[in-house]
Design a protein around this ligand. Structure first.
Ligand SMILES: NC(=O)c1ccc[n+]([C@@H]2O[C@H](COP(=O)([O-])OP(=O)(O)OC[C@H]3O[C@@H](n4cnc5c(N)ncnc54)[C@H](O)[C@@H]3O)[C@@H](O)[C@H]2O)c1
Length: 407
């Protein structure tokens, strides 16, 4: 909201349609700030469409055009865009054209994981601001190359680890890392229980070689959060997992699906912090939880969507301070329209952060190196599942040629 302007609510305006009740000439409270930046979306499948809608909803930038080789994805982008404006949406016929349009300030890259490295190599040459979806890459060497490209990049280079902006994690970060309510964090545990991976264009997410594997594709979000709360580098990873339920019969021109649908991962950090992560992807809900145990307190935060009609709590955050300080239970949340715009509002605040960073000319993360470490833990866990052995991170980095990389 611009300074000095009366508060108005996107939630109120969007859900009740009040902005449509008055003509442009009568708009004061509902007058939209003209967009300052123009972004192109590269890839307009599920996540590209979410970025398109959230860019338009957030309002300080607009979508200028899109590039996607799949006609259905282009058609979906055109109809999603038409819900916001009568302006034309530019459709590019090549990645190079989409990346180098002088009318455009930023590129939002939402293509399948295995394509990120090549798309980034082309996109970065433009010097434009970049928002790159997670996981940044499917191999350690590619994730490192992307971090190096990002370091030299003249524009903002933000990565899509937007779970940091979910209300429960924003609050947990504030309590644990800013207020230090828990003291020194020693033990971290995280859980994700959810339904199966969704259908995708070309079904790339059913194949480890294209996605990096389940523990990279989806779980990089959780490994990023665990790494953040550990405030240390991972030293070794042990994991056990299997394909117990989903896609066992899945056959495709790309072959048979080979992805995990459950896993237990243990991470030991250089500092001695220990963490665990448990995954089950065959339950009829979306549930995630983090528990942080410090030397003077414990925090548990969870988010739940169970599709049931009763009034279940969607989010909860508890802090227990024992006899040291007051304990409390809260329900962190954002206004409904923001939460409904995608990923419980996390994508909206990811865009707020992206535009704020462009305005400021600098970004305070999540950084491409944060993304690198989330991929490292995910790939270490995938290898541990495959071999049954503990994976030393030092050895994994050396095998990727990074023994002298000063990480
Ligand atoms: N941040 C999150 O929470 C979140 C959620 C979902 C997906 N993602 C990530 O977003 C990315 C896209 O996932 P999705 O779910 O939208 O997949 P999707 O299959 O629904 O869409 C991918 C789109 O990219 C297009 N595409 C493929 N190769 C391309 C290329 N070289 N150039 C341009 N377009 C190309 C495809 O045609 C398709 O339309 C993945 O990296 C995924 O991990 C992130």
């Amino acid at each position: 909201m611009p300074k000095g302007k009366e508060f108005w609510s996107r939630d109120f305006a969007t859900r009740f349609g009040h902005t449509k009740l008055v003509d442009e000439k009568d708009k004061y409270l509902f007058a939209a700030e003209p967009p300052r930046y123009r972004f192109n979306a590269i890839g307009t499948g599920t996540m590209g469409l979410e970025h398109l809608r959230v860019t338009m909803f957030e309002g300080r930038a607009t979508i200028h055009g899109v590039y996607d080789p799949e006609p259905l994805s282009i058609a979906n982008a055109e109809s999603a865009f038409a819900a916001y404006t009568d302006e034309p949406l530019k459709i590019y016929d090549s990645l190079e054209a989409a990346c180098n349009d002088p009318d455009v300030d930023g590129l939002i890259i939402c293509t399948p994981n295995f394509t990120h490295i090549d798309v980034v190599r082309t996109a970065a040459k433009s010097g434009k601001h970049i928002l790159l979806e997670k996981p940044v890459a499917t191999t350690i060497a590619d994730a490192h190359e992307i971090a190096q490209i990002a370091e030299k990049h003249p524009g903002i280079f933000q990565v899509g680890l937007q779970y940091r902006y979910k209300a429960i994690y924003t609050e947990a970060i504030h309590e644990a890392l800013v207020r230090k309510t828990l003291g020194d964090i020693k033990v971290i545990s995280m859980t994700e229980h959810r339904m199966a991976f969704l259908d995708k264009i070309g079904q790339w997410n059913k194949f480890s070689r294209l996605s990096g594997g389940t523990l990279v594709e989806k779980c990089c979000h959780y490994f990023d959060l665990i790494n953040l709360f550990a405030q240390s580098k991972p030293a070794r990873v042990f994991a056990s997992g299997s394909m117990a339920v989903n896609f066992k019969e899945f056959e495709h021109e790309k072959g048979k699906s080979d992805i995990l649908d459950n896993a237990m991962v243990v991470i030991e950090y250089e500092s001695g912090v220990r963490a665990s992560f448990g995954l089950a992807m065959f339950v009829p809900m979306f549930y995630e939880e983090i528990v942080l145990c410090g030397d003077i307190g414990r925090l548990r935060a969870s988010e739940n969507m169970d599709f049931l009609p009763g009034a279940a709590l969607k989010s909860q955050l508890e802090i227990f301070g024992g006899e040291t300080y007051p304990s409390r239970v809260t329900t962190p949340c954002y206004p409904v329209a923001i939460e409904e715009s995608g990923h419980s509002g996390a994508t909206f605040f990811e865009h707020v952060h992206f535009v704020d960073s462009i305005d400021a000319g600098k970004s305070d993360g999540p950084t491409p190196m944060d993304a690198f470490w989330s991929v490292v833990v995910g790939l270490a866990a995938e290898e541990s599942v495959a071999t049954g052995a503990v994976v030393e991170i030092e050895r994994l980095l050396a095998e990727a040629g990074l023994q002298d990389a000063n990480l």
